[in-house]
Design a protein around this ligand. Sequence first.
Ligand SMILES: *Cc1c(COP(=O)(O)O)cnc(C)c1O
Length: 368
Amino acid sequence: MSIPFIDLAAQQAEIADEVLPVWQRQFESAGFIGGDEVDAFEHEYAEYIGVEHVIGVSNGTDALELAFRAVGVGPGDEVIMPANTFIATAEAVSRIGAVPVFVDVDEEHLLIGPDAVEAAISERTRVIVPVHLFGQTAPVERILPIADKHGLVVVEDAAQSQGASSTAGRAGALAGVGATSFYPGKNLGAAGDAGAVMTDDASIAGYIRNLAGHGSSIKYVHDHIGMNARLDAIQAPVLRAKLKRLDGWNAARRVAADLYSALLADIEGVRTPTSRPGNTDVWHLYVVRVADRDRVMAGLSEAGIGVGIHYPTPVHLTEAYAELGYQRGRFPVAEAAADRILSLPMFPHLTQTQQERVADVLRSSVVR
Ligand SMILES: *Cc1c(COP(=O)(O)O)cnc(C)c1O
């Protein structure tokens, strides 16, 4: 029995009857940019997240870049973020000519550490980015007071946590501005690349919409040097159909996470993930930690079980960021985690039988 890391076909099968007729209409009317479906999705997602404005955009990386530009990040400014995130968080900063400043994470949840953030603040710091990694929400409630004290802006990277919440609200609605990705494999995924920026601030929302459409609000009147970063109209019906099912799918992920934690509890040498107090996590990834990870991973792969590493190299040690001069040893928690983390199959349609098999193979791979 082979088990995929993620089963997107099962999601598509669930929404096909709803999406295909809308796609047909879109093809016939050739309404591919903007339009009713995009507007409707933006309103539905805004209501779901609990913000005033959602701007659908081309992908999560562009969403982050737009958010950073809209809050005033410019060349030479510094943006603080965790060392273990997807590289896109840093890329969006670098593309503006600003500088990503990495900090270590907490040992238990591998989320950005508030003390590390405070220690990294300099004259040039403008923004702090809590990354809501693996389907958790990062400790925004502890970062906001630090940002206030130093006059900084908080931009959330909610790409891995659609629908996740802390006691303060949903990921993406916890600070002034949030950015997210609807890459197909995210909890809320499009049929291609897509993303969104979320905010309560009407002027930031208007500026982002302008920037995302070539810096223009009136055709051929260009106020700013913008981007082409709009959400494709054909993505909107997919996102609308999946949004209706998101809470159900996230609940299924929580059931699966609980079952994994029970099945793996007695395996010595396997550390299972836990939730921060007050969090309702959505388990975008279920990440265990094991010694001799590459060998354990090979055992799972040989048995036909799809696994992943998120991420094998913390961003500060990537070749892409070698020029920033970070040395190994700088962020011991993130670096040690990178050698031990292993993401197990996790998706809403995962079955108990599949999970039992993953647990059995993991057990034998660890002791072997
Ligand atoms: C996926 C992801 C992004 C980037 O989104 P894209 O849509 O792939 O550009 C940014 N940050 C994090 C944490 C992600 O997981």
